[in-house]
Structures are given as structure tokens and as C-alpha cells.
Design a protein around this ligand. Structure first.
Ligand code: NAX
Length: 332
């Protein structure tokens, strides 16, 4: 039998946590043959609710779930984990300054970085979901210098999946037949959803470019982009709550593809530490198109970037540079 994999979910008593932990326990994350032990962390005010989630996990009698650790102790939560999905953070509340929210998250991610560095399993893979996701991941990387930077990422897969969904609806094709959209940059409204290399597999088996099939550049360069950028706000307006099931599902997609590999000829979007590819400043956590193999991602190289795209890649990089500066100003 396979050894169980220990998966940490922080903020596990929250909305996304509630959708995510059953997916993990069912094998959506690592496949239906891989046993898991869930480590769930939240803060003391949520301890009782966290314990309720643990009770429900017991009640669900998941065959793959070999144990549950529910705790408010960061060290206990991080000990021995192979995968860490960081969903817990400080939300922006009405009337709060950006700097105040950043400051709270910087201190959370600094502390959790140290705990992971000291107590997680060697080669632990980290996914940051909590906003500001890119910058929280950057802080985590800075304060966990012994965790390889290749092991730290942030979630833009939800945006990627939203882009696939919009193209599928517009062309009335199955979403599984659409691939190779790209989310560039920040998980924020400056992100650039790019369809210039995206394709659809037609019933004949032929692959055609999305641009050719949609045949409406005004829509692709306008409404499509803003719909994807603003989708989070549209969900809040409709549900009076922010995206949760789609975020949890995207987090599973992100980890599964990272660990088990992306299909041949397909790339996905991941927020990763920039090495300067596509002239994105090195040292930012930036979303790129990546392929994964043997548990490692690599940035897809050599894609052509037109002038329209270049401006958008730069704009979202500028926002990340500012966020990074703001985060650093919170450290002093
Ligand atoms: P909730 O407020 O429902 O849950 C957050 C949970 O985190 C709460 O239970 C809270 O007690 C806990 N928490 C706070 N500080 C903590 C700490 N220091 N250690 C451990 N746990 C802590 O929010 P939810 O809707 O679940 O969203 C969670 C995060 O995901 C938010 O930051 C949100 O902005 C972010 N999102 C990111 C997305 C992405 O694509 N990257 C999309 C969805 C989501 O908006």
C-alpha cells in the first residue's frame, strides 16, 4: 500500500477550506489510489468550527483519509507535511487601508514560512491561495530560504479555468476541448488572460486557434478580458460570498498537475518565481504558462508576445513590483 501523503490546509475552517478538504479526502488532489492525512490549521476564534469540520470528515468515512490533525498550533500543523495549501489570511475589511491588510498578511506569511521551513517534510510543495496571493507567496519564499524557490507557488489556476470556461461558453464547445490559455501576472484585476496561443479541438479532431474560431478580436481584446478579470466580483455580487468551490477545485488542479504532470501539448498557468522569462522582472511571483513533469514546473518558452500583450504583461508586473515594495515596507 502507498504511504499516506500529508496535506496541510490553512484557513481550513473558512469557505474555501470547507469545499477543499472533502475534495482532498476523496482523492481529487492526488488520485484515487493515494491515501492522505489532512492537517488543518485555523486561528483560535475558529477552533470550534474547525473541530466541526473534523467531525464531518470522520462522518464522511472517506476510505483514503488515514488521519486528520485539526489544530491552531502552527508547528503541529506544519510538521511532516508534503504539500501545503495556504488558504488562511487576513481579509480586507471595509474602510481598511491596503497597507494595513498587507501588514497583517506579511506577518502571517513570515511566521508560517518559518514554521514550514523548520517542520515540513523535505521537498514540501507550497501553494498560496490567500490574497494578495502572489505577494504572500513571495514573502513565504523570502522567509523560508531553505525551501527551494521551485517549491513555492501561488494560485492563478482559477483565473485560467475561468478563461477556459468563457471560451467554451462563447464557442459552445466542451471546456475539455479548449486549452492553452494563459494568465499572466498578478491574481488581481490587472492579470492578463491571453488567448493568442489557445486552441480548440473540433469534433473532427482538428485543432483550431481560438482567435480564428471566435473571429471577434474586439470581444477577445475587450469583454473577454474584463469578464475574466472581474469574475471574482461577479460571483460575490451573485452569491454574496466569494468564490469557494471553484477556488477549491482550481487548487486541486494546480497541485495535481504539478505533482502528476501536465498532459502532452498542454500548459497551465501557475504563479511562480520569475527568472526574467518574457522580460518579466526577476524576483516577482508572477503567473506564467508552465508545463510540469516529474514534480517540477518549467515556464513555456518562446511564445510570441504582440504589442497589445506586451503592455498588459508590463502593467501587471508594475503592480506586483509596487505590492512587493509595500510588503517590504511592512517589514521594517
Ligand atoms: P474565509 O474568510 O471564509 O476563510 C479564511 C480562513 O482563514 C478563516 O477561517 C480564518 O479564520 C482563517 N485564518 C485567518 N488567519 C489565519 C492564520 N493566521 N492562520 C490560519 N488560518 C487563518 O475566506 P475564503 O473565502 O475561504 O478565502 C480564503 C482566501 O482565499 C482569501 O484570502 C481570499 O481572498 C483568497 N482567494 C483567492 C483566490 C485565488 O484564486 N488565488 C480565489 C478565491 C479567494 O478569493
Amino acid at each position: 500500500a502507498q504511504e499516506p501523503v500529508r496535506v496541510l490546509v490553512t484557513g481550513a475552517a473558512g469557505q474555501i477550506g470547507y469545499a477543499l478538504v472533502p475534495m482532498i479526502a476523496r482523492g481529487v488532489l492526488l488520485g484515487s489510489n493515494q491515501p492522505v492525512i489532512l492537517h488543518m490549521l485555523d486561528i483560535p476564534p475558529a477552533a470550534e468550527s474547525l473541530n466541526g469540520v473534523k467531525m464531518e470528515l470522520v462522518d464522511a468515512a472517506f476510505p483514503l483519509l488515514k488521519g486528520v490533525v485539526a489544530t491552531t498550533d502552527v508547528v503541529e500543523a506544519c510538521t511532516g507535511v508534503n504539500i501545503a495549501i495556504m488558504v488562511g489570511g487576513f481579509p480586507r475589511k471595509e474602510g481598511m487601508e491596503r497597507k494595513d491588510v498587507m501588514s497583517k498578511n506579511v506577518s502571517i506569511y513570515k511566521a508560517q514560512a518559518s514554521a514550514l521551513e523548520k517542520h515540513a517534510a523535505a521537498n514540501c510543495k507550497v501553494l498560496v491561495v490567500a490574497n494578495p496571493a502572489n505577494t504572500n507567496a513571495l514573502i513565504l519564499k523570502e522567509f523560508a530560504p531553505s525551501i527551494p524557490e521551485k517549491n513555492i507557488s501561488c494560485l492563478t489556476r482559477l483565473d485560467h479555468n475561468r478563461a477556459l470556461g468563457q471560451i467554451s461558453e462563447r464557442l459552445n464547445v466542451q471546456v475539455s476541448e479548449v486549452k492553452n490559455v494563459i494568465i499572466w501576472g498578478n491574481h488581481s484585476s490587472t492579470q492578463y488572460p491571453d488567448v493568442n496561443h489557445a486552441t480548440v479541438k473540433l469534433p473532427s479532431g482538428e485543432e483550431k486557434s481560438v482567435r480564428e474560431l471566435v473571429a471577434d478580436d474586439a470581444w477577445l481584446n475587450g469583454e473577454f478580458i474584463s469578464t475574466v478579470q472581474q469574475r471574482g466580483a461577479a460571483i460575490i455580487k451573485a452569491r454574496k460570498l466569494s468564490s469557494a468551490l471553484s477556488a477549491a477545485s482550481a487548487a486541486c488542479d494546480h497541485i495535481r498537475d504539478w505533482v502528476l504532470g501536465t498532459p502532452e501539448g498542454t500548459w497551465v498557468s501557475m504563479g511562480v518565481y520569475s527568472d526574467g522569462s518574457y522580460n518579466v522582472p526577476a524576483g516577482l511571483m508572477y503567473s506564467f504558462p508552465v508545463t510540469c513533469r516529474n514534480g517540477e514546473w518549467s515556464i513555456v518558452q518562446g511564445l510570441s508576445i504582440d504589442e497589445f500583450s506586451r503592455k498588459k504583461l508590463d502593467l501587471t508586473a508594475e503592480e506586483l513590483t509596487e505590492e512587493k515594495a509595500l510588503a517590504y515596507s511592512c517589514l521594517s
